[in-house]
Design a protein around this ligand. Sequence first.
Ligand code: XLS
Ligand code: NI
Ligand code: NI
Length: 443
Amino acid sequence: MKKTTTKSHFPRIRTIRYEGVGTDNPLAFRHYNPAEEIDGKSLKDHLRFSIAYWHSFRGAGLDPFGGATIVRPWDAGKNPVDIALRRMDAAFEFFQKIESPFWCFHDRDIAPEGRSLRESNTILDRVVAHAKQLQKATGIKLLWGTANLFSNPRFMCGAATNPDAHVFAYAAAQVKKAMDVTKELGGENYVFWGGREGYESLLNTDLKREVDHLGAFLHMAVEYAKSIGFKGQFLIEPKPKEPTKHQYDFDVQSGVAFLRTYGLEKYFKFNIETNHATLAGHTFQHEIEVAAAHGMLGSIDANAGDLLLGWDTDQFNTDVRELTLAMVSILKAGGLGTGGFNFDAKLRRTSIDMDDLFHAHIGGMDAYALAFKKARRILADGKFTKFVADRYASYDTGFGADIEKRKVGFRDLAKLVDKLGEPKPRSAKQEYLENLLADYVND
Ligand code: XLS
Ligand code: NI
Ligand code: NI
C-alpha cells in the first residue's frame, strides 16, 4: 500500500504486522496475514475488511447517562470543516496501519451539516474531494456509503416513512446526494439501514401507508441510481428495533417479503449485522442462511451484542465458534461478492486510549481470519455437508423426488402411506455434530 504524505496522527503505532500465534506483541496479528495467498487470492482480498467511520472516527463513548469520554487530538479546533479534513487524514492513516482495504461512511459522519441542504452538500463535496485524494494515495477503497437519516431532529418520526411528505422529500434529496458522492468515491455498494423507519405507537401511525412510502422511496433510489449510472449493489440492513420500538425491516425474512411485495427484489441484497440478528431473536448464521437461500447475501456488518444487554452494543466479535458457523454459511453461498466484513463496532466507553482502537480491530480481524480458515477446512472435509445431504436423501429419488418436483399430490401420498406404513424414526445427532464442530473450533 502506498503511503500518504500527511503528518502522523498515530506516531507511536507502526503498521500492524502478522507475527503468528507465537507472538507476545499485542499490536500484531496472530491469524490475519493480509498477504497470505489462498486459492490464488490474498487473505486481504478474501476478507475485504472495512472500517466504519462513524464508530471509529465519530464515536465518543457517549451513553444515555454521560457525555464524551473518547477525545481525539484531531477533533480539537474551531472550524468544523478543517476538523473534518484533518480527521479524514487520521482515518486514512488508521486504515493503512490496520491493513484494512475498505472503509464505509454516512454522509454526516464525514462532513458537518450546514444551514441548508445546499450548504451541507457544498461542505460534503469538499470533504469528499479530500477523501478521493486519500483513496488514490493509499489504494484504500469505499465498500459502501449511506445517508444518516436518523440523527437530525427533522427525522425524529422517520425519513421515508415520515407522516410529513416534506420530510420524505428532504430524505430523498439527502440520499440523492449521498448516492452521488458514493459513486464519486467508487463505492461498491450503497446501504439502506432504516434508522427511524418504524414506529413507537400504532395509535398515531398508518402502518400500511408508511410501508408503501418506503417502497416508493426505494423505487426512486433505484431509478436515480440508473439515471446517474451508479453500478454499486444496493443493500438493505435489517434491524428489528432501536431506535424505534418496531422497525419495518425487522429481519432478513421480513425484508425479503417487503422487497417482493414492492417489486424491488431484483435490485437489493442484504447487509447483515450480527447484533441486529441477535436483537431479532436469531443467530448470525440464521440471517446469513436466509439471505443466501434467496440469493440475496450481500455484505456483513461485523460486530457482536452482549447476552445480558438488550440493545445494539456493537462490540468487536472475538467468538470464533459463532464466526466459524457464519463463515461456513457465507462460503457455502459462494462468498460476499462486492460485499465485505465491515467493523460496525465501537470501543467501550471506558476504552479511551488510542491503541484501544487498534486492539479492537486486531481482535476482530484475527477472529474472522481464523474463522475463515476453520470454515474452509470444515467445507473441504465435507463431514457436515455429507451428514446433511444424507439426512435429506429420501428426497433424491422415488416419491421424495416426485414431491420436490410436485409430481404427486395428497391422494398419491395417502395411497403410498397405506403401503409403507409408519416412517422409521432417525436421530438428528445434534450432540455428535456439536462435538464434531468443537473439534474444529478448538483445534
Ligand atoms: C445501526 C446500524 C448502522 C448502519 C448504517 O444500528 O448498524 O450503523 O450500519 O447506517
Ligand atoms: Ni450496521
Ligand atoms: Ni447496528
